[in-house]
Design a protein around this ligand. Sequence first.
Ligand code: AKG
Length: 262
Amino acid sequence: MSAEQTVDAAVVERFHDDGWAVLPDVLSEEEVHAARSALVDAAAACEERGMPVRLEDLDPGGRNIRVYDLLAHGRVFAELAAHPRVLPYVEALLGPDVILSNFTANTALPGSGSMNAHNDQSTVMPEPWPTLETMNAIWCLHDVDEENGATRYLPGSHHFESFAEVPQDPKEGMAAFGADAGSVILMHGRLWHTSGENRSADRDRALLFAFYSSGFLRPQTNWWRSLPADVQSRLSPRLRALCCLDFGNMAGGAYLADPDLR
Ligand SMILES: O=C(O)CCC(=O)C(=O)O
């Protein structure tokens, strides 16, 4: 099925206008449960191996659980990273030469604090950012809202092209995303955002961040190193390409041999 057949133009327009857009009901309740359970196992496996999952410098208060390189932790994450209802949007927005820069999780437990505001494009390329080169597909494994620490964003900030345009306190004026479990929030790479404080009494907030970028940008993770050989061998050809395991970086200039690839 081609990208044109599976991409709703209204969603793409909302993404460009607002800096984000929601794809509802991508996962069923059972699929959400399976992903949540795989995430709990992944966090436990990290701790067992001595990889810290609570990063005080990043998340004040020690109430966030981080898991990096999710592809190394279960097949469900590989399915999400190349999901047929989501990847066509990524390809439509960033173009066909796209890579998976990283795939991480942030579970905000009740009492969690808010991290520093940032845009994600600035983590992989220097300013200015005149064009869209990065985006997140945020997988909601719980219902997320203001109370349980949904990601907060600064409206209109996806138009900023440099740090100089960012207000002194970018958190002032931020609003919370809202989405149901099983939804995917497509987030513009230049949108300034932060994790919300989870002020609920007992509602965890687990989000998965599949961060994609244009193929010419260095990925945040080195999948060659972070994925065990048996995991690499199980990845689909599309996911291998997204992880730069075959030809990365603009396909090695393949258009030199075939002009149609330009
Ligand atoms: O957890 C969130 O809501 C935001 C996380 C984030 O922006 C990050 O980890 O860079």
